[in-house]
Design a protein around this ligand. Structure first.
Ligand code: SF4
Length: 278
């Protein structure tokens, strides 16, 4: 069998695997979803309520939190206070922000969405085309995969918080430049200060570099807990788990990469008390 034929066969298998993954679950076929422990991911949550009635999704550019203040997901006064604080931050400082050049090409500021009192926050690098269009983070193919990863952890998307290092789309989906990350830094810190998560999952190199103030590559850092540098006294004690970005996983959908990400997520689950590694 020629080398060329083998390469074609490998490429075809990868396409089929990726399609299968997008149509199915993040976990390998036959893997059971983790049994969910009693500890809820959002703090101070009351016992599970009846399923929430379907709400219309927020439209692009509304600037509204995708978890609205009357949602049954917001069960406690603390949940509602934090939701209001996030909304005030978005409306007051972020929605009209022109602190860096990325404001010129954006259609929407993509502030972030999810539970305002979540124990785990997922941070990517910046909005892509679809996110810019809809004003929501992680809604393209990578977002679909992130949602499946969250589901594989036994969580729902509205039980975690999802955001990006920069809130406006870098042109051509390039990584954000250092000065753009720096300009948007206060917005991210403001969000984290309100949410006060236990754990941040840094998705990919740019997010890891921005959060940990390092240039070490994701391949070396992933899978090992890192302390969040002392950016702000209010954020002391938050732990960061770097892992591969879902977009990278889509491009390099190998069993090895998939197993590494799943191992990293299991570390997070163990830290949150919702699963055990192994
Ligand atoms: Fe402002 Fe951040 Fe958008 Fe730059 S990327 S304009 S700092 S919100």
């Amino acid at each position: 069998m020629s080398e060329e034929f083998q390469q074609l066969r490998r490429a075809a298998r990868q396409v089929i695997e990726t399609d299968r993954m997008l149509a199915g679950e993040f976990l390998a076929p036959g893997s059971p979803l983790p049994a969910r422990k009693a500890a809820p991911p959002a703090r101070n949550a009351a016992p599970p309520a009846a399923p929430a009635p379907a709400r219309p999704a927020a439209g692009p550019g509304t600037g509204k939190l995708r978890v609205d203040p009357i949602s049954p997901v917001l069960r406690t006064d603390e949940d509602r206070r934090k939701a209001a604080e996030l909304e005030a931050l978005e409306a007051g400082e972020v929605r009209g922000c022109t602190k860096c050049g990325l404001c010129k090409g954006r259609r929407n500021v993509v502030f972030g969405e999810g539970h305002p009192n979540a124990d785990v926050v997922f941070i990517g690098e910046g909005p892509g085309q679809e996110e810019d269009k809809l004003g929501r983070p992680f809604v393209g193919r990578a977002g679909e995969l992130l949602t499946k990863m969250i589901k594989a952890m036994g969580l729902r998307r509205d039980e975690v918080y999802i955001g990006n290092v920069v809130k406006c789309r870098p042109p051509g989906n390039r990584a954000p430049a250092a000065e753009e990350v720096e300009a948007c830094h206060d917005h991210l810190i403001g969000q984290l200060r309100i949410i006060q998560p236990k754990v941040i999952v840094a998705l990919g190199n740019p997010a890891t570099h921005a959060l940990l103030n390092t240039t070490t590559g994701i391949t070396r850092l992933r899978g090992r807990w890192q302390p969040l540098p002392m950016l702000d006294p209010d954020l002391a004690g938050i732990k960061v788990m770097p892992t591969f970005h879902p977009a990278f996983l889509l491009r390099s959908y190998t069993e090895d990469n998939r197993a590494k990400v799943w191992s990293d997520l299991q570390e997070v689950m163990e830290e949150l008390g919702i699963g055990k590694k192994g």
